[in-house]
Each structure stands twice: as structure tokens, then as C-alpha cells.
Design a protein around this ligand. Structure first.
Ligand code: ADP
Length: 163
């Protein structure tokens, strides 16, 4: 039986930490669907289409990985895809509380769906899309944190803000 998993997130934008988790998942599972949440309450910097395009570019060399977007409740979406495993990344202890709460809530709603946590390489464990955007806004060099095309997209977006 082949195992399909969903790796959901906002990916605003995708970072080297996300890519590390996708690579790890794709070494274990037959198919990884990276699912970009529209997630309007988070007020993403990039549109859902832009986020999907960046993730697609970042995983273009990984044949077990596909990318799509979804709206609404994660569990409903996971069920609609006939998937039973959700992958999440755990960086620091600070992620733990929120991820634990969410995994248990999802388990209550859908006991047949399991959440699996993966840890990134240690030198990616402090990376977050939010911090990278903040650092870029202040003029920091973010080239070691994201693929170069993502860095360009962040710069382009920032130069358009306020125009
Ligand atoms: P969300 O908006 O759902 O937190 P994110 O796009 O921030 O989504 O992240 C998606 C998933 O990837 C989450 O499980 C998050 O903890 C994980 N993640 C984010 N950055 C990293 C990283 N640097 N290393 C490992 N996991 C990460």
C-alpha cells in the first residue's frame, strides 16, 4: 500500500526549513502533497497563487512531491484527498504547545487521521517565514535562509509595497 501524506502550512514564503521537512518526508513516504492554506486571517504577504508557485519551483526536482492549495478546515481537506497522515515541522519547544494543541484537536475531530512531526536540520530550526520577512525589511541578507528566487520575490514585493 502506498502512503500519501499532506504537509500543510501557510508557506509565506517557503524557506529552507520547509524544504528540509519536505525532503525528509519524501524519503519516507511515497507521495507528499504540500498544501498551501489560503489562511487569510494571517494576512500573508504573498497571494495563495504566488505561494503555490514558489513552493512548486522549490520542489520541482522532487518527483514524489506535488503542490496545491486548500481552503477551510484542514481535516475536511485531508479527508477529501483520502489521506490519513498529516506532517508538521517542529522547530523549537516554542512550536510544541501550539502544534500539540492542534494535533489533539484534529484527533478529536478526526480520530482516523494521524499527525506526524519531523525535526529539521539543526541549522534551520530557528527559521520562520515571519522572521525572514522582518529581517529582509530591515535590509538583512536572507540568501542563506531561502532559495534565491524566493529572495528576489520578497525584494520585489517589498519594493511594490506602498506604490
Ligand atoms: P503555519 O502558518 O501553519 O504555521 P508555516 O508555513 O509557518 O505554517 O509552517 C508549516 C509547517 O512547517 C509548520 O508545521 C511549521 O512548524 C513548520 N515549519 C516552519 N518553518 C520550519 C523550519 N524552519 N523547520 C521546520 N519546520 C518548519
Amino acid at each position: 500500500m502506498s502512503t500519501k501524506v499532506i504537509y500543510p502550512g501557510t508557506f509565506d514564503p517557503i524557506t529552507n526549513g520547509h524544504i528540509d521537512i519536505i525532503e525528509r518526508a519524501s524519503r519516507i513516504y511515497d507521495k507528499v502533497i504540500v498544501s498551501v492554506a489560503e489562511n487569510d486571517p494571517k494576512k500573508p504577504m504573498f497571494s495563495v497563487q504566488e505561494r503555490v508557485d514558489m513552493v512548486s519551483k522549490a520542489v520541482s526536482n522532487m518527483d514524489r512531491v506535488t503542490v496545491e492549495s486548500f481552503k477551510g478546515l484542514l481535516i475536511d481537506y485531508v479527508r477529501s484527498k483520502k489521506v490519513r497522515v498529516v506532517v508538521r515541522g517542529l522547530r523549537m519547544i516554542s512550536d510544541f504547545e501550539y502544534e500539540f494543541q492542534m494535533a489533539l484537536m484534529n484527533r478529536k475531530i478526526a480520530p482516523d487521521i494521524e499527525t506526524i512531526f519531523m525535526m529539521p536540520k539543526a541549522n534551520y530550526s530557528y527559521l520562520s517565514s515571519k522572521l525572514i520577512k522582518e529581517a529582509a525589511q530591515l535590509g538583512a541578507d536572507i540568501s542563506v535562509f531561502v532559495p534565491s528566487f524566493v529572495e528576489k520575490e520578497i525584494k520585489r514585493k517589498m519594493s511594490n509595497i506602498g506604490k
